[in-house]
Design a protein around this ligand. Structure first.
Ligand code: ZN
Length: 342
């Protein structure tokens, strides 16, 4: 568990009264979110979360079958309706794909050199945290797809006043629970904020995930989502959708918009196209990255792109919103929403 490791190593240097309070309060908060877990199938409480997790309802299939534990993390997935099978979670390595959790691999480095860093996430993260602190003195944030810390999301993890509950479809040091976002294993209103970066393209039913985010957020809770628009298929069999800014807005129609816009511009989108152009002719993942590298300068042109036309060609889009109790935008307002972009 990432946060416990962090406090654990802090402890090695010096245990001041303040740091002990921090550790104790973290442990209490951990217990609080654990109390809010529920069966992803029938919504009943979970028993023995840390040893032999199982559903408390005797009529539920997961009462007898239980849920796996991988790397000491409960895997609260309803396997009967998920793309992820129970056998994926039998070993210590539960990812169905090779993942670079630390983003230190050769491929990740080449990717950063060519494509640069996320130009909006860090400042949006600062804003997200500031808004969260207006909701609560000690906000709890659910991170969906948090096995790898998202580009620009580091402040979520370094802020001692935030409690981050990391989830993903596989475990890592940044997660505490393994879950499928179509059926989040948490009670209604459990979180002050939800952070979901580069995940919605990988789910079968994005609208179902957006509804789950709405459900697990408290009233006036905040969501931050980033989703690709002009990007080719990545993560192989687990890639299903893309969103325009308007499509993304409609997906989050039960939220009021605080801000929205492109993530990276047409230069980054063109770099992706160059890479995938060569890949289509047989260059593998590594060679195609190398072949795109000489064109890295295209991304510097993004700062000169502007207005709706730039959003029309964006590499991805973001949405920062607040949970609303009714639909916050009507179908007939969508053409106007597009006209107002940029
Ligand atoms: Zn159940």
């Amino acid at each position: 568990m990432h946060q416990i490791d962090k406090f654990g190593s802090y402890e090695v240097f010096t245990i001041t009264r303040a740091s002990r309070r921090l550790i104790e309060s973290y442990s209490n908060r951990t217990a609080q979110w654990q109390d809010k877990t529920r069966c992803p199938r029938c919504a009943a409480a979970i028993l023995y979360l840390e040893s032999q997790p199982r559903c408390s309802s005797s009529g539920c299939v997961y009462h007898t079958a239980g849920f796996p534990l991988v790397n000491e993390q409960p895997v609260l997935i309803d396997f009967e309706s998920s793309i992820f099978d129970r056998p994926n979670y039998r070993s210590d390595n539960d990812s169905v794909l090779d993942r670079d959790v630390d983003r230190r691999s050769w491929g990740s480095l080449a990717h950063r050199l060519a494509f640069g860093k996320n130009p909006v996430a860090a400042s949006n993260c600062t804003r997200f945290i500031k808004l969260l602190k207006q909701l609560s003195g000690r906000p709890t944030v659910l991170v969906i797809g948090g096995a790898t810390i998202g580009s620009g999301a580091d402040d979520l993890y370094s802020d001692p006043l935030l409690d981050v509950v990391g989830t993903d479809v596989f475990s890592s040091r940044n997660t505490v629970i393994v879950a499928d976002a179509h059926k989040l294993p948490f009670e209604d209103g459990s979180f002050d904020g939800v952070w979901i970066q580069a995940v919605l393209e990988h789910v079968l039913e994005p609208a179902m995930v957006a509804a789950e985010i709405h459900r697990v957020l408290r009233r006036s809770g905040l969501v931050y989502a980033e989703t690709p628009f002009m990007q080719q298929v990545h993560e192989k069999a687990y890639d299903f959708s893309r969103f325009t800014q308007s499509g993304h807005r409609w997906l989050f129609r039960h939220f009021t918009e605080i801000d929205a816009g492109p993530v990276s511009g047409p230069g980054v989108a063109l770099l992706w196209s160059i890479r995938y152009f060569w890949r289509a002719f047989g260059a593998g993942d590594k060679l195609s990255r190398l072949l795109a590298l000489p064109f890295f300068w295209l991304r510097f042109l993004d700062r000169f792109a502007y207005g709706r036309a730039a959003t029309d060609a964006a590499s991805g889009v973001f949405f920062l919103g607040r949970r609303a109790e009714q639909q916050a935008i009507d179908a007939n307002a969508m053409p106007r929403y597009y006209e107002d972009q940029g």
